[in-house]
Design a protein around this ligand. Structure first.
Ligand code: FAD
Ligand code: UDP
Length: 375
């Protein structure tokens, strides 16, 4: 007799969503996490009356109504709309690339003027490509927005973030960013967007209400004892570690956060400012209170908390944040995936187990799907 139906390794959004649905269906679940807290990367600390996104700024956005309704049935979301600003050598530009950016860059006022300028700037790369698809991020960016925007707002930031020249990065990374010929600074095209009013921990608490949990519990240190407790396992940790790195280690990019409390109520006037030049060592500064306090409410707390983000190569022992999308890692992951597909009692899911840069909403969508199929 097993004590639990499911052992769920990892209490991030994937594990917590699966546990929520499984326990509602009457399954007995145990969720464990190696960290001292639940929630994975959406976990927040509460500092000076402000929710601080400990593992990096998290903005919820989706066009999936089922996912949006699901999270809203658990907690309320605020009206935060992400509209980062780029600081290039002390001049400010709105993001994503839109009419405000084009006006700031070239003084153009109408969509036609902006399109003409971009067209003029990309004529060189168009000629070079001569109809073939862009092969790397540099070619793709030049083709999308031309030379000025590439050099001022993309090249430095991207090379800092990924630690590789743009000519060695895949083109699709830059296609994530919207390009619009309207005056609209909303970073996302999604229908729904916001941040839980009481922070992400409240969402995790709701998902895990009534579910048994253990923190400070590393699966690999307690593998034998844990595996006999449950009929099945949902594993959301790194897939290569599950198989003892037998084919080799998958690579990641990681971020070092330098977080400071400042004795001022409003440091930069915006939640996110990207530093897009190559020389500034950090990629961006996050001012956490702007995710949850708007207008005059910014002054309700006398201090502010900021985080500078330094993007670095991952080493064992660091937090694995961004999967590296290159051919070596894709081939390595395929080998691990083939092993995972043969498992009969283990389900794999989430960012680390699928080695995929999932945003929060797709993570929840996948976990809901897995629960529907299996519970
Ligand atoms: P995780 O949150 O990583 O959870 C996995 C859990 O498993 C962790 O708690 C870990 O401690 C635990 N674990 C691993 N190994 C073991 C083990 N051996 N034993 C026990 N426990 C283990 N998404 C958005 O939609 N919007 C954003 O703005 C956004 N910003 C982001 C910024 C950064 C810097 C990062 C890194 C991610 C961002 N994301 C964002 C993505 C978001 O964090 C993920 O989609 C989401 O957290 C994935 O949930 P998960 O459960 O798959 O993984
Ligand atoms: N990017 C950029 N300049 C910016 C912001 C983003 O060049 O000011 C590029 C960068 O290469 C990044 C990609 O656009 O990897 C996608 O940006 P997004 O904000 O979606 O990245 P995330 O941090 O969510 O991976």
């Amino acid at each position: 007799m097993f004590k639990y139906d499911y052992l769920i390794v990892g209490s991030g959004l994937f594990g917590a969503t699966f546990a929520n649905k499984a326990s509602q269906a009457g399954k007995r679940c145990l969720v464990i996490d190696q960290r001292a807290h639940l929630g994975g990367n959406v976990y927040c600390d509460f500092v000076e009356g402000i929710h601080v996104h400990t593992y990096g700024a998290h903005i919820f956005h989706t066009s999936n109504k089922e996912v949006w309704d699901f999270v809203n049935s658990l907690v309320s979301f605020n009206r935060y709309t992400n509209s980062p600003i780029a600081n290039y050598k002390d001049k400010y530009y709105n993001l994503p690339f839109n009419m405000n950016t084009f006006y700031q860059m070239w003084g153009v006022r109408t969509p036609q003027e902006a399109q003409d300028e971009i067209c003029r700037q990309r004529s060189v790369i168009s000629r070079q490509l001569n109809g073939r698809e862009p092969r790397n991020l540099e070619e793709q960016a030049l083709l999308l927005v031309g030379k000025d925007i590439y050099e001022k707002l993309i090249k430095g930031y991207t090379e800092k973030q990924w630690g590789r020249p743009c000519t060695e990065l895949p083109a699709f990374i830059i296609r994530r960013l919207p390009l619009r010929f309207v005056y609209d600074n909303n970073y996302f095209n999604d229908l729904y967007q916001g941040i839980p009013v009481d922070g992400y921990n409240a969402l995790i608490d709701k998902l895990l209400e009534g579910v048994e949990t253990r923190v400070n519990c590393d699966f690999f240190e307690n593998r034998e004892e844990l595996c006999v407790l449950a009929k099945k396992m949902v594993y959301t940790g790194p897939i290569d570690q599950f198989y003892d790195y037998r084919f080799g280690k998958l690579e990641y990019r990681t971020v070092r956060f330098e977080t400071e409390v400042l004795d001022t109520p409003n440091y930069q006037g915006n939640a996110v400012i990207n530093y897009t030049d190559r020389e500034t060592p950090f990629t961006r500064i996050i001012e956490h209170k702007h995710f949850e306090s708007f207008g005059q409410a910014v002054y309700d707390t006398p201090k502010t908390v900021i985080s500078r983000e330094y993007s670095t190569e991952w080493q064992p022992g660091m937090e694995p944040y961004y999967p590296v999308n290159d051919t070596r890692n894709a081939a390595l992951y395929a080998q691990y995936k083939a092993l995972a597909e043969k498992e009969t009692n283990v389900l794999f899911g989430g960012r680390l187990a699928e080695y995929k840069y999932y945003d929060m909403a797709p993570t929840i969508e996948q976990a809901l799907c897995l629960a529907k199929e299996n519970v």
